[in-house]
Write a protein that binds this ligand. Sequence first.
Ligand SMILES: *[C@@H]1O[C@H](CO)[C@@H](O)[C@H](O)[C@H]1NC(C)=O
Ligand SMILES: *[C@@H]1O[C@H](CO)[C@@H](O)[C@H](O)[C@H]1NC(C)=O
Ligand SMILES: *[C@@H]1O[C@H](CO)[C@@H](O)[C@H](O)[C@H]1NC(C)=O
Length: 690
Amino acid sequence: MYLPTLGAVSTLLASLVTAQSTFTPARPPALPLAVKNPYLSTWFAAGSQRGNGGYLPGQWPSFWTGQILGWAGLIRVDGETFTWMGSPSNFEAASQVAYEYTSTKSIFTIDVADKVTVKATFLSPVTPNDFKRQSLISSYLSVSVFSKDGQKHDVQLYTDISAEWVSGDSESVAQWDSGEVDGIAYHKVWKQNQQLFHEINDRAEWGNWYYATDAAGHTRQSGRDETVRGIFRDSGELQGSKDTNYRPINNDYPVFGFAVDLGSIGSSPVSTLFTITLAQETAIQFLGADGLKNVPSLWTDYFDDELAALSFFYKDYPESDKLSTELDNKVATDSKAAAGDNYLILTSLAVRQAFGATQLVGTQDKHYLFLKEISSNGNMQTVDVFYPASPIFFYMNPELVKLLLDPHFENQESGHYPNKWAIHDLGTHYPNATGHADGNDEHMPVEECGNNIIMALAYAQRTNNNAYLTQHYDILTQWAGYLVDDALLPAEQLSTDDFAGHLANQTNLALKGIIGLAATAEIAARANNPQDADKYSAIARSYIDQWQSLGINYDDYPPHSILTYNDQATHGLLYNLYNDRLVNTSLVPQFVYDMQSTFYPTIKERYGVALDTRNQYWTKGDWEVFCAAVASDETRDLLIAAYARWVAETPTGSPFTDLYNVNVGTHVEGIEFKARPVQGGMFALLALQS
Ligand SMILES: *[C@@H]1O[C@H](CO)[C@@H](O)[C@H](O)[C@H]1NC(C)=O
Ligand SMILES: *[C@@H]1O[C@H](CO)[C@@H](O)[C@H](O)[C@H]1NC(C)=O
Ligand SMILES: *[C@@H]1O[C@H](CO)[C@@H](O)[C@H](O)[C@H]1NC(C)=O
């Protein structure tokens, strides 16, 4: 039995008393650190099921899957060394006093022995209108230190990454090097056996990782974790030596450290900048118009090589920080105006997550945005995943929606898919957009035909690019033909909520298909086919009349839509109503909107409204926000407050989930969705204003 000494007890009490941090605007389940693409996706578990509450000193960061990524921070103050990031052995943790997140930043304020304050700002830039910057798979860590007690202190700062970043298999052999470029010092680390396009545990098994800082005033070293950190503790600097025993990641864990002597620190902050980068010259493979091709990362078209890209990113910090701050402020202003502080909790948490599932690829002349269906199955470019994500892209830059749709048009117009309805995804696993030439994808025919038609029109409405609709008119009307056949009485099939299973006559799914037909009418008009416009418009109007008698229980009080025709005892979130507003089809009568606004509050639980009656305790947060966007102000605020409460209270410790339990605030048992791009749907209210 362990009997703590009196000293240990008082230290424990002291740490309990000091271990109190504020969290603004909330304490999310996991804090984003460096979140930029499907492979640079580093988080910090906060919720108690996986995390320590959200305290940067004392626990390791992790990949979105939960796999640990060694990323350490130490600080030596007047000769005594403390941890400010991670959980290296044999160091005392400093005390975090505040955490704040914006759309692009996570900012930690950490008190070190009441002597100095460390402010660590993790910035993953999001520049939706600037593809040169957006294409770089890099993230910033800016650390500033200042005196807390008014005295001068002698300070050295240390940070390292481990080789854990380079592979999802910790027995893989890592190799490394270091160097300098344009006054920037870097460690370069890679998996020795490069495997292009291969993943292990969702991690990329190819490419080079760079950890970089200002070459002036730093020392660096590679070597065993405890050795390198111990040298810093003992001397406040590193020895410049390189460990050349390339070895498995988990064999005497090699780390790649920097130490910076900040000298005597007073009350004015002294900052040091670090960057972490994943450089993969080749990003994905794609079955498009020219057959199967390897497609480069878009940054390769802007820069001569990866060191040039690294140098640009490092030196771009002032501009990148400015652009990110502007974006943070815009999201904050617009979110608060649309639905208040609770809404900003959701939108600002979703930004890095949604963009972090994507990657710009190709050349400046011909580029695409590819997206990974993170965590649910890794599918490539899933239509019913980037559709729920699309509000953030419509709000920030509708061109991004075109870049998501383009590879779908290209693949299917080139004859690589045999079915008459729209394909579900472009490949079973990211980064392989190898298509489904056999037609055996996960069929969601009404869902995906409706999604593509609606997104193509919403894009054209926001950009006046009607030529895009003309260009793709044949396949858009082919999909509309499928909706004519199947949208009113959808055969037994999956909707996007595939975890809930197959079902016939889904009221909400039918609504998407019918609005898709109304959208096709406007597409026809914009593509100068007035006869088609009349035809699709007449069908849509006839279908919506019939839908109102098939899909609504008028006898219940209050009345509501039902999950499936012919079963009055059911109900569900009627989130596809959102489309009627997104593309302004004005098809659905106002009473349907009012009816749902009145109904949802009657079935609300602590953390929200259940998705449907197949399961009374789970829901989808993205669909709740879609419903909120077209609800009355009261119902909108109620739905948003419930989800924001979930963010602040959930004990889960994984990146923001869209599938959760409305009663107890956990994940749904057995299906742990996390870090999914669909959280771009938090912008559903703002997309309607764009
Ligand atoms: C992608 O395809 C390549 C073969 O072209 C294969 O080696 C790789 O494992 C695939 N990646 C994934 C994540 O399935
Ligand atoms: C779908 O609903 C229609 C209209 O009520 C009904 O005729 C049909 O049998 C239903 N289909 C199935 C598979 O239940
Ligand atoms: C929406 O459509 C209606 C006609 O149905 C039109 O009067 C209105 O201007 C449209 N709104 C927008 C934002 O396009």
